[in-house]
Design a protein around this ligand. Structure first.
Ligand SMILES: *Cc1c(COP(=O)(O)O)cnc(C)c1O
Length: 343
């Protein structure tokens, strides 16, 4: 049976160009700072995002947790969105690793306003923790791949500067945010002190993320990466694929966005509960309650057609488009969902 895997863009296979680059990569011991391919990837990531330096890390989770560790002290508080990845999906790392507590704010489609951020910042009352960091997720995963505009980011930056608080962007899919708005990614990173982005999602690299920021921030981050066991040796084998990802896979994200929109439009026309305003990039999030099913029942019916999805809570299904999903796969999925709908 045909398998169409829409669980996540993390399932993407490395391209043949990546595999070739991995085979040919010049490598060295990166803990000694001697891997030229890792260095080249870190420089490329820093340059694209307009930052001084970059650090190749094993995963997005590792990059985010390192950022929290560098920016905060134990007992501090960080402001973040109520369903953000750092809070929701990182195994309580903010508590166990950085020892910080979270002040969660509900966003509008994942986006938190400068005004709400400002209201959540603590004063100098000695009873209160210190607000040490503001985290923004762009694009926002659980909200359905929604993005921040440069204006929203700038407004948060004005508030952050007023209170002297750094901003970290969890930009696992920040290139989707950039392509969807037809912007250079640097327009979305300029208001942040640090940004983490994934090479291993829509960009199709097999492994890794990049954390970028000032040279000073990155040298602290490099020590913390070692502490977490993330000092890798001939990691240029992996970084080589990351370079190909950044050089060849960004612009094509637009195809994933078009496929997501076509899929979402068909789902909306059938009468499923879907907020088309959330369909901004490569994620389609919809409710199956309106057709008298829960997420598990619906996922099982999709599975019968060879279609894999993610369940988000009791009634929501998430479908993610990516490089390994073509137009004909979208046609196939629309037909299957139509058949399921008609019973
Ligand atoms: C996937 C993801 C991460 C973490 O990436 P891993 O490489 O899976 O650890 C962080 N933030 C967001 C928003 C993500 O979607």
């Amino acid at each position: 049976m045909k398998i169409v895997d829409l669980r996540s863009d993390t399932v993407t296979q490395p391209t043949s160009e990546m595999r070739k680059a991995m085979y040919q990569a010049e490598v060295g011991d990166d803990v000694y700072g001697e891997d030229p391919t890792v260095r080249a990837l870190e420089d490329l990531g820093a340059q694209l995002t307009g930052k001084q330096a970059g650090l190749f890390v094993a995963s997005g989770t590792m990059g985010n947790q390192i950022a929290a560790l560098v920016h905060t002290k134990r007992g501090d508080e960080i402001i973040c969105e109520s369903e953000c990845h750092m809070y929701y999906y990182e195994v309580g790392g903010l508590a166990t690793l950085a020892g910080v507590q979270t002040r969660t704010i509900e966003g509008v489609r994942g986006v938190i306003s400068a005004d709400k951020v400002e209201k959540a910042i603590r004063g100098d009352d000695i009873h209160q923790p210190r607000t040490a960091l503001i985290c923004l997720e762009n694009t926002h995963n659980r909200a359905g791949g929604t993005y921040y505009t440069p204006d929203c980011l700038k407004a948060v930056k004005v508030v952050a500067d007023k209170h002297n608080i750094p901003i970290h962007i969890d930009g696992a899919r920040v290139f989707n945010a950039a392509v969807a708005q037809n912007l250079a990614v640097a327009r979305l990173t300029e208001y942040a002190d640090s940004i983490n982005f994934c090479l291993s999602k829509g960009l199709c690299a097999p492994v890794g993320s990049l954390l970028v920021g000032t040279s000073e921030f990155i040298s602290s981050a490099r020590r913390i990466r070692k502490l977490l066991g993330g000092g890798m040796r001939q990691a240029g084998i992996l970084a080589a694929a990351g370079i190909v990802a950044l050089n060849t896979m960004i612009d094509r994200l637009d195809e994933d966005h078009k496929n997501a929109w076509r899929l979402a439009d068909a789902i909306a026309n059938l009468g499923f509960g879907i907020d088309m305003n959330t369909v901004q990039t490569n994620i389609v999030l919809f409710e199956v309650q309106s057709v008298g099913m829960n997420a598990e029942q619906f996922a099982n019916l999709l599975e019968n057609h060879g279609i894999k999805c993610s369940q988000f809570g009791e009634f929501k299904i998430r479908l993610v488009t990516h490089h390994d999903i073509g137009n004909e796969d979208i046609d196939y999925v629309i037909k299957a969902i139509t058949d399921i709908f008609r019973g």
